[in-house]
Ligand binder design. Structure first.
Ligand code: IFM
Length: 720
């Protein structure tokens, strides 16, 4: 069994959708779902380009699903050969996740002739705009088939349509292929999709046992791509036609070798090696699969992009960027490819204006980042993010207005970046302004309680989304404190040296920020060491998860909001206070970590894929190795197993889960290896699972790159 491969033979509708996610290929510029060559929109085919969104009327704004240039469909006696055909004999599809290569082998019985299709595709990691497909047809008897090859413009859309086709033309040089010149509907953004095939007919006659191989090269360009000049933009169709012709000239083998070389380079620092027995090998496979997904969606080919919560796998969650990026995905890139981690910050700098607009719209100062952020930083999160299963009416949710902890996640991420890389340039290039603007928002959001002589933060939602509009969410308050402390620290450093315009704008807020830092209420542990998730949390009904689940009248019912089954109980959706204890473990003694872990874990639904890794890391810190291993399985298997939550109310939320994948890396490196940085030095406090002998990974700290080898007995750091 190839340790870098997954395979599946499922052909049910559910399997087709799941495999679309599980066998996703991407190169950071674009992503292509793991569907077969002849699949159409009914199989939710998808080609998503990072950072390209569109809105149709007042429907949800979402990523544009581009026309599919790799469509090939065979037919026999006028009947299309698909996974649903009665003539289907067998089907298997695979993903090689070392190199991001999707393959399939499918057999049909065509009137006694056994027909086999084998194909392979990849999205080039070296040429970001290029996709390649090799399609091989073999029959054991002479046979004639119909064949349709095209750029399939009939795309799947959750809330489309999102583009119009302006022109169709030939690729030129007498080649067999076409170019589609398109424009998105809302912003009128031009893009082009081109394809060339080396087979040019609509019928195909096969001699017994003589295979026919078809090679397809495709190119996708938008006018925002890095290699286009903003000053004198080259028309996208010209780019697409030049590139696809170049790809064809280079040929399959060369493109494949270059693609593999690019992946080899990625794995040099991006891999984590787990050695040990069978269980360790499984853990290794799950981890590498997770890292593959992160690498295949890490922004490449355009500047200042980030990673959406469902990667590039679908239009789910509106293709939006959440706090997932900063707190769950960022750490892996920070230590392995800091230049990519920096892009996430650049993205927040680029979208600061949108965040300022949002703060102003709610009557606050500074910047309030979008809960669901797209290319301009305006909030894509609707006021009605869930649909009631009974009335089919939209439910008013408050994620957009009240999850103010998003700001602090961004500040936390910038501070981590500066601390670990030592690169302060990003601060001058907009990072400081982001920190100060986030701080200003919090200053205007905190309220002073004169009789208590303290500041409080009311009417928020913490990470646990089932409890809306609560007061003094411990996680949020602690993160606000962190933000204000950092803002003051940076502002004072700046004024001491050379004041930047950003720090100048914050100077007048310093006294108030300091006062809030002194008097902000941070819920502290009670006599049992327990920290209330928010005011009066412990007064809510204390019942089991099973009790809450048994109250559901419909399995798709939403647990939160005004009438949700969990809203009036202590059952929470995901790690909340535990996230705080994880990020600020040094501020609490182990009795507090233990008490809160024991209390909150049985009360957590783990209904978000962000939950397991946070509990898992605290399980490692408190020596609960068995629990930690279970949480590791959970976070690292979300996508490989396909066992993830598919519905929130009536809204489909499937797709891949980059936060859980980042969580897999964090659990191995931060959790089991106990890796941390203290005073610019690497510290290791390992607690490896019994089946693991050794973990090796790369960590870049400052200008140094280390190979870190951790065994049960100790560790070594070697300069790389
Ligand atoms: O950011 C998360 C949130 O914490 C829980 N709901 C899903 C979002 C996107 O992953």
């Amino acid at each position: 069994m190839n340790p870098w491969e997954i395979e599946d033979s499922g052909i049910s509708e559910e399997s087709v959708i799941q495999n679309g996610n599980r066998m996703f290929c991407g190169n950071g510029f674009m992503g292509y779902r793991g569907t077969v060559d002849e699949a159409d929109k009914s199989s939710m085919t998808g080609l998503i380009v990072n950072g390209i969104y569109d809105r149709q009327g007042d429907k949800w704004r979402e990523p544009v699903n581009f026309p599919n240039p790799l469509f090939i469909q065979l037919s026999f006696e006028g009947q299309p050969l698909t996974l649903k055909s009665d003539s289907l004999n067998s089907h298997v599809q695979k993903l090689n996740f070392r190199y991001g290569i999707f393959s399939r082998k499918t057999l049909w019985n065509c009137n006694g002739a056994e027909l086999t299709v084998e194909s392979e595709r990849f999205l080039s990691m070296s040429e970001k705009n290029i996709l390649c497909l090799r399609y091989k047809i073999t029959s054991n008897k002479d046979i004639t088939l119909g064949i349709i090859q095209k750029i399939d413009e009939e795309v799947y859309d959750a809330n489309g349509p999102h583009f119009k086709i302006e022109k169709k033309s030939d690729v030129g040089e007498g080649k067999c292929g076409e170019i589609l010149m398109c424009r998105t509907l809302e912003k009128q953004l031009p893009f082009a999709v081109a394809r060339i095939s080396d087979f040019c007919s609509d019928t195909i006659t096969l001699k017994a046992a003589v295979p026919q191989i078809i090679t397809v090269y495709a190119a996708v360009f938008t006018n925002l791509d890095e290699n286009n000049s903003p000053m004198a933009p080259v028309p996208v169709e010209q780019f697409a036609s030049i590139s696809v012709l170049q790809a064809e000239k280079a040929g399959w083998e060369t493109l494949l070798q270059n693609h593999k070389k690019a992946w080899d380079k990625i794995w040099e620092d991006g891999d984590v090696v787990i050695e040990g027995d069978e269980e360790a090998r499984l853990a290794q496979k799950n981890l590498r699969y997770s890292l593959y997904h992160l690498q295949s969606i890490a922004p490449r080919g355009r500047k200042a992009l980030s990673i959406p919560a469902r990667g590039l796998s679908a239009q789910t969650y509106k293709g939006a960027v959440f706090w997932d990026t900063e707190l769950f995905i960022f750490p892996y890139f920070l230590y392995t490819q800091p230049e990519l981690a920096c892009e996430f910050i650049e993205y927040r700098i680029k979208t600061l204006e949108g965040a300022k607009r949002k703060a102003a719209a709610y009557g606050y100062e500074g910047a309030f980042y979008a809960w669901e952020s797209q290319e301009d930083g305006d909030d894509a999160c609707s006021d009605y993010n869930v649909t009631d299963v009974f009335t089919k009416r939209p439910v008013r949710t408050y994620f957009r207005d009240k999850q103010i902890h998003i700001n602090a996640a961004i500040v936390y991420c910038i501070c981590q970046y500066v601390e670990v890389t030592g690169d302060t340039l990003i601060l001058q290039e907009g990072g400081l302004e982001v920190i100060f603007e986030c701080a200003k928002f919090y200053i205007s959001r905190c309220i002073y309680m004169p009789l208590k002589d303290r500041y409080e933060v009311h009417d928020v939602i913490g990470p646990d989304e089932y409890h809306e509009r609560v007061n003094n969410n411990a996680y949020t308050n602690k993160m606000i404190l962190f933000t204000l402390q950092k803002a003051v620290e940076f502002a004072e450093q700046q004024t001491e040296t050379s004041p930047s315009p950003a720090s100048h704008s914050f100077t007048k807020y310093i006294p108030l920020a300091k006062d809030i830092c002194k008097k902000l209420y941070i819920p502290s542990p009670n006599a049992q060491g327990l920290i209330p998730q928010f005011d009066s949390y412990f007064d809510m009904e204390d019942c089991s998860l099973e009790t809450v689940r048994s109250r559901l009248l419909d399995p798709k019912e939403y647990w939160g909001g005004a009438n949700g089954v969990a809203s009036h109980t202590q059952i929470i959706k995901q790690a909340d206070t535990i996230v705080m204890l994880n990020l600020f473990d040094k501020d609490y003694d182990s009795a507090v970590l233990n008490a809160n872990y024991d209390y909150y874990n049985p009360r957590t639904e783990h209904g978000s894929s962000l939950s397991a890794c946070m509990y898992g890391m605290v399980a490692c810190k408190t020596g609960r190795l068995k629990d930690a291993e279970e949480f590791y399985k959970k976070t690292s298997c979300v996508d490989i197993s396909g066992n993830s939550k598919q519905w929130a109310g009536l809204i489909y939320i499937g797709g891949t889960h980059p936060a859980a994948q980042g969580g897999s890396w964090m659990m191995v490196v931060y959790g089991f290896c106990g890796f941390s940085i203290r005073e610019n030095k690497i510290q290791i406090k390992q607690n490896l699972p019994a089946a693991w002998k050794k973990v090796s990974f790369t960590a870049m700290v400052g200008k140094e790159k280390y190979q870190v080898n951790v065994t049960r007995e100790g560790y070594e750091l070697c300069r790389k």
